[in-house]
Design a protein around this ligand. Structure first.
Ligand SMILES: Nc1ncnc2c1ncn2[C@@H]1O[C@H](COP(=O)(O)OP(=O)(O)OP(=O)(O)O)[C@@H](O)[C@H]1O
Ligand SMILES: [Mg+2]
Length: 255
């Protein structure tokens, strides 16, 4: 990985004991065909600066549901989500969106890149949203430079002009990781970031996340079925029957 940016993250809060992100008693229920479906049944989780927490659990147990709630993309049925101590549930939607844009980056299993934009433009998107139309016109050059810097950090300098359809799966995920990091969020939420990749590429993404965390200093929550990826984590939380519990045994034991 090229040298460059060092620990830019706005992880902040090192000076206080407040978690960056906290879920307290979070529940999430749906109604399907008139029947209630209770997915999360009282999740507690705290994420501190420079921490990686892995969430494991069987398919359908609620890992993505929880990440959406932690990322302020969804609201809990009950319980609290606090971002740097602020109660996100109590905020109006525009304030939640602004907080999400500043504080949280997302990496999804299927990349979620825009097919008509090239790699640099995809990476620029969170900052386009942040600055709005007027602010954007003045900052466009700087944002493009920052996006190119991030693409270089993820090893994709030579693919800047490629659209997602002209990239491999591993390269798409690198673009998605650069996009997640471009706004210097404090927290990166990854939903099965290696779930769609072959073994060799999984390993590359694994090493990349580890190096980026060291270099930039973000905290990560990673939902995964990939036992190797859990070896990155400072803590592994296991989700069973709608609640989280620390997984017993040393981290990395399954390697
Ligand atoms: N919008 C929705 N309406 C109704 N049920 C939903 C909705 N979203 C998710 N669910 C249900 O919630 C449960 C948890 O889904 P979720 O996607 O969080 O699981 P997961 O642990 O991420 O699974 P996987 O490991 O397969 O990704 C599933 O049973 C799913 O069918
Ligand atoms: Mg999922």
């Amino acid at each position: 990985m090229p040298s460059g940016t060092n620990k830019r993250a706005t992880g902040g809060c090192e000076a206080c004991n407040e978690p960056l992100l906290a879920a307290r008693g979070v529940t999430r229920s749906y109604r399907v065909g008139g029947q209630p479906l209770s997915v999360l049944k009282g999740v507690d989780l705290e994420l501190y600066p420079h921490e990686i927490v892995a969430i494991v659990g069987a398919s359908g147990v609620g890992k993505s549901t929880l990440l959406h709630i932690l990322g302020l993309l969804d609201r809990p049925t009950s319980g609290e989500v606090r971002v740097r101590g602020m109660d996100a549930a109590a905020m109006p939607e525009h304030q939640r969106s602004a907080l999400r844009n500043r504080m949280i980056g997302f990496v999804f299993q299927f990349y979620h890149l825009l097919p008509d934009l090239d790699a640099v433009e995809n990476v620029m998107l969170p900052l386009m949203v942040r600055h709005g139309y007027l602010g954007w016109r003045h900052r466009r050059g700087a944002v493009r430079e920052r996006a190119r810097e991030l693409l270089s950090l993820v090893g994709l300098s030579r693919r800047e002009g490629h659209r997602p359809g002209q990239l491999s799966g591993g390269e798409r995920q690198r673009v998605a990781i650069a996009r997640a990091l471009v706004g210097d969020p404090a927290v990166v939420l990854c939903d099965e970031p290696t779930g769609n990749l072959d073994t060799g590429t999984k390993e590359e993404i694994h090493v990349l996340i580890r190096d980026l965390k060291e270099r930039l200093g973000q905290s990560y929550v990673i939902a995964t079925h990939d036992p190797h990826l859990t070896t990155l984590a400072d803590r592994v939380e296991s989700m069973t029957d709608g609640v989280l519990a620390p997984r017993p045994g040393p981290v990395g034991a399954e390697r």
